[in-house]
Design a protein around this ligand. Structure first.
Ligand code: SF4
Length: 488
């Protein structure tokens, strides 16, 4: 049987024929999705299940057996009921539709559900392929709609799917791009029937609409500190590459670079670290004892869990706080990690009000995030409003000296994230930790709280979470100590 062009493969092919060909002929070359990608898929699945509630009386067609799904769909089309996961096959093209809703005597509406919060171009391509497939198979399509998450929705009791979702009619956009569909489909069918992998060079298509999982393979020829590591260099990277300039150190002097990019180039060429002592000193002079090093870990589920919260709202489940009373004194550690399924927000606010005192700097790394979390907490608990006013005036962002290149090491590449800055500045890092990034923490927490983890797994994840979050605030202390040394 000739390979099928499914909806997802069509989208892959639009992004890159090489990626499509590899999916069909050498799938073993494609790495498994990482935990974050898998989490996004899983959220999409949960969102899809809620969307079915928009069409009461709909029939859920089992989709584990490919041919059974198609045969069952054929039979059920005659019942004129909303169909979920209907499979439509025509020749070598195949599409599974989230929702196919009957209208009038013989027409259908296609409703594609997305876990995003707005219409994107790739979604229109997605729905266009579904419509093409349905029409080829003889169905009359009246409208095409996209269902996506209403980010203004605030949970209050049971989730109301009619308020959680926005259904937008995208028939016009679909019509606009339907013209070339026949040719596009035929080109991609040719790609998948070829024995040889199409040649493709790297380009913007590797990054959008989704980062291609073959990137490590196709981009592997680039040197360490390539032009793609230039800070803020999105408009420069591909033009430099297309001129044959691969490494930052090979960028000719007559190509204008920003101050930050120039510093990067010097660091790559000399192997030295860039330090601006005076600016670092000025930053450190802003710090007032006692110093409070604060970090939150949050979850942001598509479907809000607690009343008073919105989709994708960053809800804290953990914090770590190190307090350094005076210069040179031993840090004291406090932490909180939610237990049970109750909303931990009131406890977090109570603890922070008690622990953060009334004076001294509150240091966070990328403080906009911590400030945003506090603001959203207080939105739900306005009795803390005046307390928060005092807190926010004390916040200092430790990211500042690094985004401003008062310190830069080539090992950071194009980022000032703590994960890169900590090893660059102090030589210590997050290696060997069970949880090594904020998103991992959030996924792990979600798994133990709302999944079916065993007691042992829960104990292990909780220990890892406590260790990881503690390192974030401890790491900030080490960074500040090192900055002090560097500015002497
Ligand atoms: S990394 Fe780029 S060139 Fe390679 S398969 Fe993916 S999209 Fe195509």
């Amino acid at each position: 049987m000739a390979p099928l062009l499914s909806k997802s493969k069509y989208l892959t092919g639009l992004q890159c024929p090489k990626y499509l060909w590899t999916q069909i002929h050498e799938p073993e070359r494609i790495p498994e999705p990482d935990a974050v990608t898998q989490y996004i898929f899983d959220q999409g699945h949960v969102v899809g299940e809620y969307a079915k509630k928009l069409f009461p009386g709909g029939i859920d067609i089992p989709h584990d057996g490919f041919m059974d799904n198609i045969a069952t769909t054929k039979k059920l089309l005659a019942e004129r009921k909303p169909l979920f996961e209907a499979g439509i096959l025509y020749g070598n093209i195949y599409s599974r539709l989230d929702i196919l809703n009957p209208v009038g005597q013989d027409e259908w509406d296609i409703i594609e559900i997305k876990s995003g919060t707005s219409v994107k171009e790739v979604y229109i391509d997605d729905v266009s392929f579904q419509k093409f497939c349905c029409e080829k198979a003889g169905l009359k399509i009246r409208t095409c709609k996209l269902g996506f998450i209403n980010k203004q929705y605030v949970k209050n009791g049971e989730i109301d799917p009619r308020e959680l979702f926005i259904l937008e009619d995208v028939s016009t956009q679909v019509e606009e791009i339907s013209g070339g569909m026949e040719d596009r489909v035929s080109d991609l069918l040719e790609v998948i029937s070829n024995k040889a992998c199409p040649e493709m060079t790297i380009g913007q298509h590797c990054l959008a609409p989704y980062e291609c999982p073959l990137r490590a393979e196709c981009w592997g020829f680039l040197p360490e500190n390539s032009v793609f590591d230039l800070r803020g260099g999105k408009t420069k990277q591909f033009p430099l590459y297309e001129q044959g300039i691969l490494s930052i150190k090979d960028i000719p002097d007559d190509i204008p670079l920003s101050r930050q990019q120039q510093i990067q180039k010097e660091c790559v060429m000399t192997g030295n670290v860039h330090v601006e002592k005076e600016e670092i000193r000025q930053f450190l002079n802003k710090l007032e004892y006692p110093l409070y090093y604060l970090d939150f870990e949050t979850v942001g589920p598509a479907i809000p869990i607690y009343d008073g919260t919105r989709p994708y709202q960053d809800m804290p489940f953990q914090f770590s706080l190190h307090v350094v009373e005076t210069d040179g004194s031993e840090p004291v550690h406090h932490s909180f990690l939610a237990e049970g399924i109750e909303d931990p927000s009131p406890q977090i606010l109570r603890d922070l009000q008690r622990l953060l005192g009334s004076e001294g700097s509150i240091i966070a790394y990328n403080s906009g995030f911590e400030e945003g979390v506090l603001n959203e907490l207080v939105e739900a608990f306005p009795e803390y409003m005046s307390w928060l006013g005092g807190i926010l005036t004390r916040v200092v962002d430790l990211l500042f000296p690094f985004t401003n290149f008062h310190y830069y090491s080539a090992s950071q590449k194009d980022t000032a994230s703590l994960k890169k800055v900590l090893p660059a500045v102090t030589g210590r890092d997050y290696e060997e930790m069970g949880i090594g990034a904020g998103m991992d923490a959030s996924i792990a927490y979600g798994r133990i709280m709302y999944g079916n983890a065993t007691e042992d797994e829960i104990a292990k994840v909780r220990a890892d979470l406590l260790k990881y979050c503690k390192l974030d605030t401890e790491g900030m202390i080490w960074v500040v100590d090192k900055l002090k040394e560097l500015s002497d």
